[in-house]
Design a protein around this ligand. Sequence first.
Ligand SMILES: [Zn+2]
Length: 105
Amino acid sequence: MKDKEEKEKIKLILDRGGVKKHIFLPSNIEIWSVVGEEGDYLVNDNPLFCTCKDFYYLCLIKKRKKMCYHLKALLLAKKKGKYTVYHFTDEEIGLFSKLVFNSLK
Ligand SMILES: [Zn+2]
C-alpha cells in the first residue's frame, strides 16, 4: 500500500469513529478495536498486535514492517484523543469475545 493511500485510510477511520476503546468494569480491562475496510480487528499497542492478515503475514511472518494501518490508526487516535469509548461490565467479556471472534471469521 502506498503511503498516501494509507494515510487517507487512517484519516477516514478516525473521522468515522472507527477506533474503539472498550472498557470492562470493575476490572478496568481495556480492549481496543479498529474498524477497517474488511471488518473489525482487535488491536493492542504494547506489545504491538492486530488480528488482521496483514499483521500476521507482513509483520509477524515476513517481518517486512512493524505495523499494519489498523495499528497506525490506533496510535494516532490515542495521540489525538479521537476514539469512541464503550463501557461494559466484566460479565459481558464472554459475550463481547464471542461477537469479536465471530466477526473475525
Ligand atoms: Zn491490522
